[in-house]
Design a protein around this ligand. Sequence first.
Ligand code: NAD
Length: 246
Amino acid sequence: MLTGKKALVTGGGRGIGRAIALTLAEYGADVAVNYSGSREKAEQTAGEIRAMGRQAVAIQADVSRQEDCVRMFQEVSTAFGGIDILVNNAGITRDNLAVRMSGEEFDQVIDTNLKGAFFCMKLAGKLMMKKRSGRIISISSISGVKGNAGQINYCAAKAGIIGMTKCLARELAARNITVNAVAPGYIDTDMTAVLPDKVRESVLAQVPLGRMGQPEDIAETVAFLASDRTGYITGQTILVDGGMGM
Ligand code: NAD
């Protein structure tokens, strides 16, 4: 389905990003695995992809820094000769009630989750416009659709992803580039492992399918949107949430 495609997955060393990187490779793509701090995990993901017979590189870049993103795209171009699929997955949380949240906590989440995605969209968009094809897929969140107490920074960033997706889908449509978002619900990763039991139980009670999602649930949806077969879908946000957001 993705044979010969060149993909970049930000924050691909663990959690949802790792599952996306591995799933894209399973479907035939070569994958650049971005990481900010944990080289070992990204190298491990890249090694597993190479073991499948695909090309893979691990590339360090803090997506909140534009100069890092510029270097990362240069490295992807050198390694793969171009890019067909960008997955904006890197993200952090700094939860606090709005009245207690510091400007720094707000900025950190916006800089990584929203601005980081913007820098990568811009750089990927330039390369894809020349090729007149491409797929840009960003990981939003159900928090950006419904709102979530204690996450004003994260909700703003993830709703922003949905807005940027619609904007870019319109800007790049004439060049045969589709731009979509996936909004996960409650997924079993390091990000949610830190939640207290009480919070986990109350969130699970809101999931009609009655279970947490797995990173692979998100990865399959990203692979679907990355395929040439879904080229008539653009500007959309697909909720992958066990029915939580309906
Ligand atoms: P995670 O914490 O396991 O993974 C986040 C990844 O992003 C890590 O690899 C981390 O190193 C990377 N990262 C963080 N800051 C970065 C930066 N500045 N530059 C480059 N990489 C950076 O969490 P996850 O659950 O796998 O989250 C993946 C994405 O899915 C995030 O965007 C998150 O907001 C989103 N999401 C997760 C859930 C969930 O329930 N787990 C729900 C909705 C959305």
